[in-house]
Design a protein around this ligand. Structure first.
Ligand code: ADP
Ligand code: ZN
Ligand code: ZN
Length: 746
C-alpha cells in the first residue's frame, strides 16, 4: 500500500503531494496525520489519499516509508479534506497552508498532548472492601478512601484529595495490597460551564414562528439557505435556538458563528445553559490545552454544537445539519490574506456539500448578502418587529455646527446633555458611543501645524491619560512615547491636543454628573481573560448607569434598562476613505441605536454629527434598511464597486523605500505582461495602478500598492489566480501579498 501525503511545509516547490509507502501492519486512513522522512528531515504531514499501487513513473523500491501515524484517528475528516482541496485550488493557496485551518495550531509539531491523570477504583468486591474497613481499627485514610470508592466509580487523585488530604501513601498501600487498582486515563480540560440566569420560556412571536416554519422543513430536507433579516431585538437568538434544538434531535450537528465570542457573552451562556456539555465554545482566549480538548470533543462527536468565531467554520462536526452566521455583516468573517477566505462563503459551501441548512442573520445585512437574497440565492426571512412588542427607538440627528455657532463647545450637544440628565434622574441606563479610544485623537503644533506621528507608521499618535501621566500611543504598532513639550519641527511650546476619545467622554460624564458610576468598554479596558465580562459587570448589575465605548458596544448586548443611546461623533466612520464607509456607518448606527429601549420603557437615540443632511445618516435615523440598501446598491453599480466588481491589490512592504518601489515597479510590469498575453482578462480589467497607499509607512515598513479593479466573473478569478501564482514564483526583496476585497484599504 502507498499513500499521498501533504507535508506540513509551506513552500512553492513542495506544494504537491508526495508518495510514501505504508509499511506492513500499519493502518492509515485519509486525513490522518503522519510523520514522514523528507530529505534529511522528519516532517509532519496529512494523508491525502491511499493508493494500492505506486503511481506511474515511480519505482516502488525508491519510495520511502511512512514513519508512523501521529494520532490513531484521521484528524481531518473526509468532508473537510475535500473542502480544503477545493479552497486551495480556488484561491491558489498551497494545500498544506489550507489544511492548517482544519486542525488546532497546537496540535502541529506536537506542541500539545492529551492530558492524562491517574485514576483509581476498587479492585475487590464491596463485601471485601467493607470487611477491610471493619478490621481497620484506626479508621484511617485507607478506610476513608475505600468508603468513597464503594460506588464502584473511578476517582482521580484530585477528587480523592478533596476528601482525604495527602492520600498518596495510603493509596500506595492499598494498591500493593490489591484493594485498589490504578490506571492512566485521558482527561479533558474544559473551559468551564455557565449556568443560565434567565431561564425563560417564551411563546414565539408571529415573526419567529413564520421564520421557523420555513427553516424547519429545510433542516429535515437537508438543504436550504436563508437570510434572516430581523430588526434589533426581534429575537433572532430564539430562532437559532429552536433550529439548533431541531438539528440535534435529528442526530445532526450545528455550528454557530459569531463575530467575536467575547462580544456575545449572553448568547454563549444561553447556549451553554441550554445545551450543556454537547456545546463546545471555541475562542481566542482559551488556553492551548482547552482549545485542543474542545476540538477533540467535537471530533469525537461528544460536542454536537459548536459556537465560535470565524475559524470555527472549519470545526470537524460530522453529520452537519446547520450553520448559523450571526451578525453576518461583520467584517471579522473575512480573512483577506493567506489563507484567504470568507467564513460566510465557507459556511455556504459546507452546507451545500454536506446537506446542511445555512442561516445568515443580521439586523443590517451586508449589501452583498442582501443582493444575493434578492437574486434568489437565499430565502429572505424578515422579522420587522421587536419580540417583546417594544418599539424601535426614536432617533434624532443633532447638528454640531449649530451647537458651535450658538456657543456650545462641549463634546455633548444641549439635547444630549438634557437627555442624559433625565436618564440619570430616572435611574435608567445609557450607552455612549465614541468610536475612538484614548483621550485625544491627535496632538499638533499650534504654530506650524505639525501633527505628532508614530516614527514607525505614517499615522498620528493618540493621547492616552494614564495613572503615571499621559502618553502618546500608536494604535497600529503599539509604539508609545511621552508627549513632547516642544514641537519637534519648529520648537514652539504651543502644543495642543485635539479630538475626543472614549477616555475624554468618560471624564466629561464624571464632570457633569459627579458620583455617577461609569464603565468604559474599549480595547484598553477589555484585554485579558474575561476582560469584556469584567468590564461589563457593574453595568449588568445596575451599579453603573453609563457605558462608554467604541463600536464594541454596538454588538449584541441586550440590557433592558438602557433607555438612551448617544452617538458622540457619527462622522468618524463616515469619513473613512473606503467605498464601504457608508455601509459601515449605517450598520454601526442602526446596531447601536438598537441597544436602546429593549425593555419596558421606550428608548431614545441622539446622534451628533457635522453633516445632518447626509443621506446615510438619514436612513440610519429612520432605521430604514431597504431604503439604504436601494440607494447604496445603485451607487455601487454606478461607481463600479463590489458586488459588481472585485477590488484587489498587491501590497508591497519593505523597510527600505527604494526596495518597495523597485519591487512594485517590477511586479506591475509582470502583471501587465500577463494581461498582454490574455485578452480575455484584459477585457475584465477596469483599472490597474501603482501607488502609495493612504498609509505610506506602517510598523516601520514603507508601502506600495498595485490596485486592480475587475468586473465580477470567472475570467477575473482566473486572472487573480494567475497573479497569485506570479507572486508566489517571483523572488523579491520586499514582502509581497495579495489582498482580494480587503477588509480595509489603509
Ligand atoms: P436580536 O438578536 O434579534 O437583536 P435577541 O435575540 O437578543 O434579539 O432578543 C431580544 C430580546 O427579546 C431578548 O431580551 C429576548 O429575551 C427577548 N425575546 C426573544 N423572543 C421573545 C419572545 N418570543 N417573547 C418575548 N421576548 C422575547
Ligand atoms: Zn511646530
Ligand atoms: Zn506605529
Amino acid at each position: 500500500m502507498f499513500c499521498q501525503v501533504i507535508v506540513d511545509l509551506i513552500h512553492d516547490r513542495v506544494a504537491k503531494p508526495y508518495t510514501y509507502c505504508i509499511p506492513d501492519g500499519m493502518h492509515l486512513d485519509a486525513g490522518q496525520r503522519v510523520e514522514v522522512p523528507f530529505g534529511s528531515r522528519k516532517l509532519e504531514g496529512i494523508v491525502l489519499s491511499l493508493l494500492s499501487e505506486a503511481p506511474d513513473g515511480l519505482m516502488p523500491e525508491k519510495i520511502r516509508e511512512v514513519i508512523g501515524p501521529l494520532d490513531d484517528y484521521p484528524a481531518v475528516p473526509a468532508e473537510l479534506m475535500e473542502l480544503a482541496v477545493d479552497m486551495a485550488r480556488e484561491t491558489h493557496c498551497p494545500l498544506a497552508e489550507m489544511l492548517r485551518l482544519m486542525i488546532p495550531a497546537e496540535m502541529r509539531k506536537g506542541r500539545i498532548r492529551a492530558r492524562t491523570e491517574r485514576q483509581f477504583r476498587l479492585a475487590v468486591s464491596e463485601e471485601k472492601a467493607l470487611a477491610f474497613i471493619d478490621q481497620d481499627r484506626r479508621k484511617g485514610k485507607r478506610s476513608l478512601i475505600i468508603r468513597m470508592m464503594l460506588d464502584g466509580k473511578e476517582r482521580s487523585l484530585r477528587e480523592i484529595r478533596e476528601t482525604v488530604p495527602n492520600p498518596e501513601d495510603a493509596l500506595r498501600k492499598l494498591i500493593s495490597e490489591g484493594i485498589v487498582s490504578e490506571r492512566m486515563a485521558e482527561v479533558l480540560r474544559s473551559p468551564g460551564s455557565e449556568t443560565d440566569t434567565s431561564d425563560h420560556h417564551f411563546t414565539l412571536t408571529s415573526g419567529q414562528k413564520e421564520a421557523l416554519e420555513e427553516i424547519l422543513p429545510a433542516l429535515h430536507g437537508n438543504q436550504g439557505a436563508f437570510l434572516l433579516h430581523g430588526v434589533t431585538g426581534s429575537g433572532k437568538t430564539e430562532v437559532f435556538m429552536a433550529a439548533v434544538r431541531e438539528t440535534l434531535s435529528l442526530g445532526k450537528g450545528a455550528i454557530i458563528l459569531v463575530p467575536e465570542i467575547a462580544l456575545t457573552p449572553q448568547m454563549v451562556s444561553w447556549f451553554r445553559a441550554k445545551f450543556g456539555a454537547s456545546a463546545a465554545v471555541i475562542h481566542s482566549r482559551l488556553s492551548a490545552g482547552e482549545r485542543y480538548d474542545e476540538w477533540r470533543r467535537i471530533r469525537r462527536g461528544e460536542a454536537r454544537l459548536v459556537i465560535g468565531a470565524r475559524s470555527a467554520v472549519f470545526s470537524p462536526v460530522s453529520h452537519l445539519g446547520l450553520i448559523v452566521v450571526d451578525e453576518e455583516h461583520e467584517s471579522t468573517y473575512i480573512s483577506d490574506h493567506r489563507p484567504r477566505y470568507d467564513a460566510r462563503d465557507v459556511a455556504e459551501k459546507r452546507c451545500h456539500r454536506e446537506g446542511a441548512t445555512l442561516i445568515l442573520a443580521s439586523a443590517t445585512p451586508s449589501i452583498l448578502s442582501f443582493a444575493r437574497a434578492r437574486r434568489g440565492d437565499f430565502t429572505l426571512l424578515e422579522m420587522p418587529e421587536r419580540a417583546n412588542h417594544s418599539h424601535l427607538p426614536a432617533v434624532s440627528l443633532i447638528d454640531m455646527r449649530r451647537e458651535l455657532e450658538e456657543g456650545n463647545r462641549s463634546i455633548f450637544s444641549r439635547e444630549l446633555k438634557s437627555a442624559m440628565r433625565a436618564c440619570i434622574h430616572h435611574g435608567e441606563q445609557m450607552m455612549l458611543l465614541m468610536n475612538r479610544r484614548g483621550y485625544h485623537q491627535f496632538v499638533s503644533c499650534r504654530s506650524c501645524g505639525t501633527v505628532i506621528r508614530c516614527p514607525h507608521c505614517d499615522l498620528s499618535l493618540t493621547y492616552h491619560a494614564l495613572p503615571m501621566g499621559g502618553r502618546l500611543k500608536c494604535h497600529y504598532c503599539g509604539y508609545e512615547s511621552l508627549p513632547p513639550e516642544n514641537c519637534p519641527s519648529c520648537g514652539s511650546r504651543y502644543i495642543k491636543f485635539f479630538g475626543a476619545g472614549t477616555q475624554q467622554v468618560e471624564d466629561e460624564v464624571h464632570k457633569l454628573f459627579p458620583g455617577v458610576r461609569t464603565v468604559r468598554m474599549d480595547y484598553d479596558t477589555t484585554s485579558g481573560k474575561d476582560g469584556h465580562q469584567k468590564a461589563l459587570q457593574p453595568f449588568r448589575d445596575g451599579l453603573a448607569q453609563v457605558m462608554i465605548g467604541t463600536q464594541m458596544i454596538a454588538k449584541g448586548l441586550d440590557f433592558p434598562g438602557v433607555t438612551l443611546v448617544g452617538v458622540i461623533a457619527a462622522d468618524m466612520t463616515l469619513n473613512l476613505p473606503d467605498y464601504r464607509s457608508r455601509e459601515r456607518t449605517f450598520q454601526l448606527l442602526t446596531q447601536v441605536a438598537g441597544r436602546a429601549g429593549r425593555g419596558q420603557k421606550s428608548g431614545r437615540v441622539i446622534v451628533q454629527t457635522y453633516r445632518p443632511e447626509d443621506e446615510t445618516l438619514t436612513y440610519a435615523a429612520r432605521q430604514d434598511f431597504r431604503g439604504f440598501f436601494e440607494a447604496e446598491f445603485l451607487r455601487r453599480r454606478h461607481g463600479l464597486y463590489p458586488p459588481f466588481t472585485v477590488l484587489s491589490r498587491v501590497l508591497i512592504e519593505s523597510e527600505k523605500d527604494e526596495i518597495a518601489e523597485q519591487a512594485a515597479e517590477y511586479l506591475e510590469s509582470e502583471i501587465r505582461g500577463l494581461l498582454l498575453q490574455h485578452a480575455e482578462w484584459q477585457k475584465k480589467l477596469l483599472l490597474i495602478n501603482r501607488s502609495v497607499p493612504s498609509v505610506a509607512l506602517l510598523r516601520g515598513k514603507n508601502r506600495r500598492q498595485i490596485l486592480m479593479k475587475l468586473l465580477q466573473g470567472t475570467e477575473s478569478d482566473e486572472f487573480i489566480g494567475a497573479v497569485t501564482d506570479l507572486l508566489e514564483q517571483t523572488e523579491t526583496r520586499a514582502e509581497v501579498r495579495l489582498e482580494v476585497n480587503p477588509v480595509n484599504m489603509i
